[in-house]
Design a protein around this ligand. Sequence first.
Ligand code: AMP
Ligand code: ZN
Length: 471
Amino acid sequence: MALRLYNTMSRSIEEFIPIKAGKVGMYCCGPTVYNYAHIGNLRTFLFEDLLKRVLIASGYEVTHVMNITDVGHLSGDGDDGEDKLEKAAREKKKSAWEIAEYYTEAFFRDFDDLRMIRPSTTCKATDHIRQMIDLILRLEEKGHTYQSGGNVYFAIDTIDDYGKLARLELDRLQTAVREGVEEDEHKRNPRDFVLWFTRSKFGDQEMMWPSPWGRGFPGWHIECSAMSMTYLGERFDIHCGGIDAIPVHHTNEIAQSEAATGAKWVNYWLHGEFLLDETGKMSKSGGEFLTLSFLKEKGFDPMDYRYFTLGGHYRSQLRFSFESLAAAKNARGNIVKHIRGLLKAGAEETGLSGEKALGYRQAFLDAVRNDLNTPKALSTLWAVVKDGGLTADEQYSLLIFFDTVLGLGLDEVTAPEDREVDPEALRLLKERNEAKAARDWDRADGLRSRLLELGYVVKDLPGGSVLEEKM
Ligand code: AMP
Ligand code: ZN
């Protein structure tokens, strides 16, 4: 089956046809590094990693570019509020540069923990001010901008298809009062957006650069247009992000990019739906949110979270709960256990030739190539685990192949051996004894599960706890 992807632009599933045969250029909007990523943000990056893995499994060479937003993203998407990094810097009494560096590192720790494949190019907004200024100059030359109150704005009525991605009804929007958005009296149209802020907005902004319009800093949207064009060219295959980017961020990226080049910019737009927590939308700026580190503290492995996200389709909302995460942990644990059993029986990765095994391979590929249908792909995986008609080599080889797309680290599972007790397990046992002494039962249970994953069962005996090898 050909690779089929849902294109937000056409609101339909389309066959994927790359611009250059065998190659894909893909741009993903990266994190705004003023705080830790929450597990909702990470769901979006996991969806993008899945997409990339499916493209690779389909034989494409993928050039994946991701930006790091370290300047210009204001508290409100509509140019209102303060720069998120500057605000965090003030609150934490650090420089904006220190904040950016600290949270970028934290982001990539999560990224690696979740076994996401690093982008071919990661680019920081603050390293590409020149490219942004050049793009704004191009827009200025073509008459798409105006200066007002010291800022440079993009005038949306200079193009005739503004809002096509979100299918915005502009007449209605123009008259409607946008709730919670501080009106900018300098805008000719409320939907116009800032390309370059000067001192007129925040005189004490720490990150500022000289520009033809005065010292200042870029608006948020221009960075993605400038950097994607720098690394992928003026037309490329795929642009993705979370669903919240459609009405403002991606809408404005398209407006300015196509106004500058005079041509179509991106062929396929893909958006991941939100992860919801028990209270509804998970929000980074709202303060309280769940991080991957917190899940780890509770005794979960990052792969449990990855497995959990694969259980839902990327275009459906996914509700997070610790019960569902525990179910994911249990399911993944069973796959790992099954692989250990196969390895103990001497299974090896071999080429697949049997009709049945090839059928499973095809069913898996058909599922993921049909707009990344991971719930269906996982049911194929379970069918393989349960199919006693396959040989151990076939089962093992299929699972390892599936994992090139699922990214669960199944290739690192090893056979259980008669071995000395793993020092890591001894450390966890000690930690668990301390947790028990402190009557922190949740933590003690979490540590028991982690030990189980390492292949040890904890036995609580009258004289203390001991470890026993599983199986
Ligand atoms: P940010 O770091 O705030 O720029 O967000 C990084 C990515 O996370 C963006 O692509 C957002 O669309 C996405 N995102 C934000 N909240 C959620 C959520 N609750 N679930 C899934 N993705 C989200
Ligand atoms: Zn972007």
